[in-house]
Design a protein around this ligand. Structure first.
Ligand SMILES: [Mg+2]
Length: 257
């Protein structure tokens, strides 16, 4: 029996394709957002509602309402301002203020090379970033990473409009498989977050490559990734063929076991 070859590459965005530590980015993002809407909404209330609505999205099961719908319902319902009034302000925020967060992020030169390599190799490429942001916030960060949607062809980009689960649940990966029309063993998830990117993908049988210091011990047993290292290390493994060898070994072990 031949092992199913790699057909699709799922790439996380923040701290995978784009240097963007969430510890600095999220507070700066919240600050920028509250400053932007300060005349309409006091900051404390807004942040509280943002946190509540963001947490609500983690409850999505992949078949119910979209993350964006879950967010809107929780967020606007909790504020005393009509949705029709606040939504255009948010749109302006993403057009005018969000782009100013770019200096907090850092390009990783390997990112566009990997997407280009995958395209030449005939793989479907999906940007598998946690879909708790609207599409514009994701497309802008892709652009910052030099892997913009105008530059490469993508089979899928998860955003809160088109996703019905977050990375907090394996259902997120099941939904991607449906969109790609692939089985889990034909895909590889590449990401830095152990639970979100590696464990929850493995939960549905999808192998992962962990973007982490090669000496970091895996935080939990089981669901071992097929590889571990920097984005440069991943690219080296991909183009040398070492990655596909590891995937083939993984598959034959599974078939034997
Ligand atoms: Mg990440």
């Amino acid at each position: 029996m031949t092992s199913p070859a790699l057909k699709a590459l799922l790439l996380d965005l923040d701290d995978t394709l784009l240097g963007n530590p969430m510890k600095t980015f999220i507070p700066a993002y919240f600050r920028a957002l509250t400053e932007f809407v300060t005349e309409i909404q006091p900051p404390e209330r807004l942040i509280e509602q943002l946190l509540i609505a963001t947490r609500m999205m983690d409850g999505g099961d992949g078949v119910g309402p979209s993350n964006g719908e879950i967010f809107a319902e929780a967020f606007f319902a909790g504020l005393g301002v009509p949705r029709e009034e606040l939504e255009p302000v948010f749109e302006r925020f993403y057009a005018e203020a969000f782009p100013k967060l770019r200096p907090l992020t850092a390009r990783r030169p390997a990112a566009p090379k990997i997407v280009e390599w995958a395209g030449q190799r005939g793989l479907q490429v999906a940007i598998a970033t946690n879909p708790v942001f609207p599409r514009t916030a994701i497309e802008q960060r892709m652009e910052w990473a030099a892997v913009g949607v105008d530059r490469f062809e993508y089979a899928h980009v998860t955003s809160y409009e088109n996703s019905h689960a977050t990375k907090a649940r394996p259902a997120y990966y099941r939904e991607i498989l449906d969109v790609l029309g692939r089985g889990p063993e034909e895909c590889l998830m590449v990401g830095d977050n152990w639970n979100w990117d590696i464990v929850n993908a493995a939960e549905i049988g999808m192998p992962g490559y962990w973007i982490a210091d090669p000496s970091s011990p895996p935080p939990s047993a089981g669901s071992l990734p097929v590889g571990q290292g920097s984005l440069d290390d991943f690219f080296d493994a991909a183009r040398s063929g070492a990655l596909e060898e590891s995937l083939a070994v993984r598959t034959s072990q599974r078939l034997a076991g």
